[in-house]
Ligand binder design. Structure first.
Ligand code: PMT
Length: 399
């Protein structure tokens, strides 16, 4: 049975030539048993008629914040939706959504929902490749929005290139995947992200290159699969919608936060790069250059994951990372066993496109009693998906 059966899907249609294909998406969703509620922007009405969409969907199309249907239609729509899909999503819509602008019924609905959102961009190749559009999409992805990438093919005006709306079956499959993957529902997932900063004096720190992207991708993926997510972070990336953010800076602060959150955490994923050493003494003023280079004596930081592993609760799943530059698997395996982990994600951070700061990663997933799984270079959200698939498998118990 389709994950769509009985689910309420708000379909937002914006003003692009591909708007006519939204009709086919709506028809397929209805055929699969979904209750489809169409919303059109003013610009969309330049491309397709209200009657067409209303006839094919489960309810008449809504276009305005000021329709008579309800006093506050956007909150009603946002609350009713099990998922919202925007098809096609123009550059304008993506920009407004990324900026948090609420200028019409669709953008208001997108901001007034806790439901997962799928956007299906379609535009000319030049627009699709424009840095402003790419940046807006990156922000939306970090917030947990699912992006169905456009295809290559014929565009308006006879041009050929990337930016053509994805085929309806891909769009429907993406919505099904979002709705069908509530496999982390009722779980509290605690994720750490970013590198800790250990103070030397009032202005200087010892830091590392972690951007937090991998941890944020895990938080966004866990949210899209129904988890309650606490994100303990040292960085200022956009917080995935509905994640609870705990901002920390040092290993000691991260330890306090992780220990507190893990009391109710069913799954703890330590993607953060925690400093192994910190200055033993921290000057409370700026050390003067004129006084010459200071001698900095380092001491070990607490190993947060090892102490979690030492008192792991029954039913709790502990996931660590290993960032290595040599002997990847041997070192990762040793860390997994020493820290009593259920899963360790090993990344060879010297390889191209892997680990710190990149949008991509490549990892090996090691478990104490299951074969290793290797994931080749791909985006960090896909890595997150693979990690959480294994977490679900671990929690489902021995086969
Ligand atoms: O943030 P990005 O730019 O996206 O980069 C992603 C990443 C490279 C940071 C990520 O993929 C990663 O590998 N994170 C772990 C980095 C790390 O600190 O690895 P480690 O091998 O030093 O530590 C092993 C594990 O113990 C890690 O889960 C770490 O969070 C944890 N640890 C380490 C030291 C310490 N004092 N306490 C800990 O809990």
């Amino acid at each position: 049975m389709s994950a769509l059966r009985g689910r309420t899907i708000v379909v937002g249609v914006t003003g692009g030539i591909a708007a006519y294909k939204a009709v086919e998406v709506c028809r397929r969703l209805v055929d699969l048993g979904a209750h489809v509620v169409p919303v059109m922007t003013d610009a969309a009405e330049q491309f397709i008629g209200r009657t067409t969409l209303s006839a094919l969907c489960s309810e008449p199309v809504q276009t305005s914040l000021w329709d008579e249907v309800s006093p506050i239609p956007h909150t009603v729509l946002g609350q009713r939706a099990d998922a919202i899909v925007v098809v096609p999503a123009t550059a304008h819509l993506l920009g407004a959504y990324a900026a948090g602008l609420s200028t019409d019924l669709l953008t208001n609905t997108l901001l007034a929902t806790r439901a997962p959102v799928v956007v299906c961009p379609a535009m000319h190749t030049e627009m699709w490749e424009h840095p402003a559009v790419r940046d807006n999409l990156a922000v939306l992805r970090q917030r947990g929005v699912i992006v169905v990438e456009p295809d290559e093919g014929r565009l308006a005006g006879g041009d050929v290139g990337s930016g053509r709306l994805a085929a309806p079956e891909r769009i429907v499959a993406a919505i099904e995947a979002v709705l069908g993957s509530g496999d982390l529902a009722d779980l509290h997932v605690v994720v750490t992200a970013g590198g800790t900063r250990e103070p030397i004096d009032a202005v200087r720190v010892i830091a590392n290159r972690s951007s937090g992207k991998q941890g944020y991708a895990i938080a966004a993926e866990a949210l899209s699969r129904g988890a309650t997510v606490t994100l303990i972070s040292t960085v200022d990336l956009p917080t995935p919608t509905h994640a609870r953010l705990v901002r920390v800076e040092t290993a000691a602060q991260m330890q306090i936060a992780v220990e507190h959150e893990s009391e109710s955490g069913d799954v703890v994923v330590m993607a953060a790069a925690v400093a192994d050493f910190r200055p033993r003494a921290v000057a409370d003023h700026k050390i003067k250059k004129a006084d010459g280079p200071p001698e900095i004596v380092l001491e070990p930081t607490p190993d947060i994951l090892a102490s979690l592993g030492a008192r792991k609760r029954a039913g709790q799943t502990l996931v660590g990372f290993a960032a290595e530059t040599d002997d990847l698997i041997a070192h990762a395996e040793a860390k997994m066993r020493r820290k009593n982990l259920d899963l360790i994600v090993a990344n060879d951070v010297r390889a191209a496109g892997v680990g710190f700061q990149h949008d991509t990663n490549a990892v090996s997933l090691l478990r104490p009693d299951a074969p290793m799984v290797t994931i080749g270079l791909t985006d960090k959200r896909s890595i997150a998906r693979a990690i959480l698939d294994v977490v679900v498998d671990i929690r489902s118990g021995p086969k």
